[in-house]
Design a binder for this molecule. Sequence first.
Ligand SMILES: [Zn+2]
Length: 255
Amino acid sequence: LTGLRLYLFTCGSLLFDPSVFLPDQPRGEKVRGPIPFYLLEHPKGRVLVDTGCHPIVADNPEMAWGSLTRVFYPEIRHEDLVPEQLRRIGIDTDTIDTVVCTHLHMDHAGGNSLFPKARFLVHSREWEAVKNPSLEGKGYFRNDWDHPLNYISVEDGHDLFGDATVILRALPGHSPGHMGLILKLERAGTVVLGIDAAPMLRNIHGPLPRNVVDSEMARRSVDILRSLKDQNARIICGHDPDQWSTLPLAPAYLD
Ligand SMILES: [Zn+2]
């Protein structure tokens, strides 16, 4: 018995050209993809995976993200923000013990400051990258992550509860310290949060996304996801509108 539950949420959407993720698609069209976040309920703790966007994104996307809005345009209402959604299923933000930062991009770490009591797990490489001033505005914004929070560096294979139910897996390429999660659920089996290593389901067997920092690393990360899929794991992708339209969203959960 693992006692682990996975809740899936989306906190608004991104308007983007799918050829950013699938370079074999014709350019010029726009689709609406989800901005996901996840909640893990384990007998030993409550874990949030990513924190969505900063609240100012709901008021003024251009002010928050600048020219990046030409590639990813956020459509977020205040009621979509992570704390509001958690409250709607009866969860107070102060009861989140741990936040796993899959990476520190603006659609994943924007709400970090809203969880001052949590410890934040970040891959050591991501931590190095985000402090590099030349990357500011290229997916990273200081206003998202640069707060006096309890940040802790982790490495590939970090076992969150020491029982192998939640493993953090380094899946770099999209960003230098990007991580996914491998979850062992009692009924649903192995579920993998692939996050942006495979933003679209078709990335697993098809082309690599265009927006990667290192295509060799990105290739190896997709190989890891593909081999997990071959071993019957269910892969949940980072921003795939078709896949997410089929997933059970909170208050439903997988266990
Ligand atoms: Zn993303």
